[in-house]
Ligand binder design. Structure first.
Ligand code: SF4
Length: 422
């Protein structure tokens, strides 16, 4: 790591962040990255020279403890800190991610309305002009290649790269599993299936297509394309998301071979980040139909695996109301199976989602609570339950304060599900 001060700009290349994801109440960075300090701002770039984080040291609408993060899908996410009493209890993290697109969140306010991103982007454009003007004399060889990569990663180039990612994946990843918060949503997405089994009426993230498995050949092509897109920054990743909405239904052969091939191809063994993780969604049907051997095989994968199952409700009137074509007893059986698997597996955890909203039928919350309390009469730390705020508009969504009452009634880790896309 070397500092290059050039008047009002200071460049530090190859900074080392943490090599394990942690939950802390202060700004933290992971892996290896480059940094430019300019005026009030600090800009952090990934190893491709692409902007990833923006912080403000003083005199701007962002607090020094907050930051902006750009995802590989080219979305800016604002990380809000403080002022949100009990953020950790509500979402399991000290920071609340806030988006510019419509999500289900009931926390974090609307920070983008304060022009935070526009001011940061203007400062970044200024910093790039200053970087371009630094004469090559007296700079290190590493500096020049860093500067060239930053200058090449224009806003247009970043947008084009995100479009390439979405083209490769046959569209955006409309939703990441809630468990991806454990790696700050820094996952490499690989689709091994498309669509889903139910196409529920209420769901805003579905593709609308029926379920289908992706061929081994197509999975190989995606891996090749993803390696190219993540480029030099691949070394900072160790988490895989197997998409789309029901990868568990893809079957043992497709699932385990894709996970192992990706582990090798993406070099997770030698990533700067330790403790590889695998995330995927499953459904009630895929969980109930899966053979025990599938979970045994997943236990042997070189990842800690998190499977998230969308249950939505344990109340038949609510299931009918939201248009989820499934029966209450299937939900109960799926929740019982999740608990059994969580008790017997150490390297694999299954988490569940229920909806959370005042406008759902009145039987919804009592039946969900009853199911959770009956299945877990004693405290248990594995198998988190996420409640996804439900309501057609932000105004119709429930209050965080009510959620905390609900949380205290469960013997499991219980959090709000914030829907984040990629
Ligand atoms: S909730 Fe899950 S199963 Fe239902 S439509 Fe959405 S993605 Fe498909």
């Amino acid at each position: 790591m070397l500092d290059d001060p050039f008047g009002e700009i200071t460049v530090t290349t190859d900074k080392s962040g943490e090599n394990r994801y942690r939950k802390v109440s202060y700004p933290i960075r992971y892996g290896t990255y480059h940094e430019v300090a300019y005026g009030s701002y600090v800009f952090q770039f990934n190893l491709n020279g692409e902007i990833k984080h923006i912080l403000c040291r003083k005199s701007c609408a962002m607090e020094p403890t907050e930051w902006l993060k750009r995802t590989v899908g080219n979305d800016w996410v604002f990380y809000a800190s403080g002022g949100y009493n009990g953020a950790f209890a509500a979402v399991g993290e000290y920071y609340v991610p806030c988006f510019r697109y419509t999500s289900n969140s009931i926390m974090g306010g609307k920070p983008f309305r304060q022009g935070i991103l526009e001011a940061s982007e203007t400062a970044l454009a200024d910093a790039r002009i200053h970087l371009a003007g630094i004469p090559d004399m007296n700079t290190r060889p590493g500096f020049k290649s860093f500067r060239d990569s930053v200058l090449a990663a224009t806003p247009q180039a970043l947008q084009a790269k995100a479009a390439r990612l979405h083209g490769l994946l046959d569209g955006r990843i409309s939703v990441l599993p809630p468990d991806a918060r454990h790696v700050d949503y820094d996952v490499i997405p690989l689709n091994i299936s498309k669509g889903c089994l139910y196409n529920c009426r209420f769901c805003t993230v579905k593709t609308g297509r029926g379920f289908s498995r992706v061929s081994h050949r197509e999975i190989g092509e995606q891996i090749k394309g993803l390696k190219d897109i993540y480029g030099k920054d691949l070394v900072n990743y160790n988490a895989l998301f197997l998409g789309q909405h029901d990868a568990l239904n893809a079957g043992m052969d497709t699932l385990t071979s894709a996970a192992l091939t990706a582990f090798d191809a993406f070099g997770f063994q030698s990533s700067t980040m330790k403790e590889p993780r695998l995330f995927l969604f499953g459904s009630v049907g895929s969980l109930l139909n899966a053979d025990d051997r599938l979970f045994e095989a997943m236990e042997r994968l070189p990842f800690s695996t998190f499977i998230n199952i969308g249950l939505e409700s344990a109340d038949q009137a609510t299931l009918d109301h939201i248009g989820k074509p499934i029966l209450k007893h299937d939900i109960e059986d799926a929740f019982t199976r999740m608990a059994d698997i969580n008790r017997s597996c150490r390297n694999l955890e299954i988490t569940a989602n229920f909806l959370y909203g005042d406008t759902l039928p009145e039987g919804h919350m009592p039946t969900c609570l009853d199911l959770v309390q009956r299945t877990y009469p004693r405290p248990c730390s594995r198998g988190a339950v996420y409640f996804s705020p439900y309501g057609k508009s932000a105004e119709k969504r429930p209050r965080v304060a009510h959620f905390k009452i609900l949380k205290n009634k469960c013997h499991l880790p219980v959090f709000l599900y914030i829907i984040q896309r990629l």
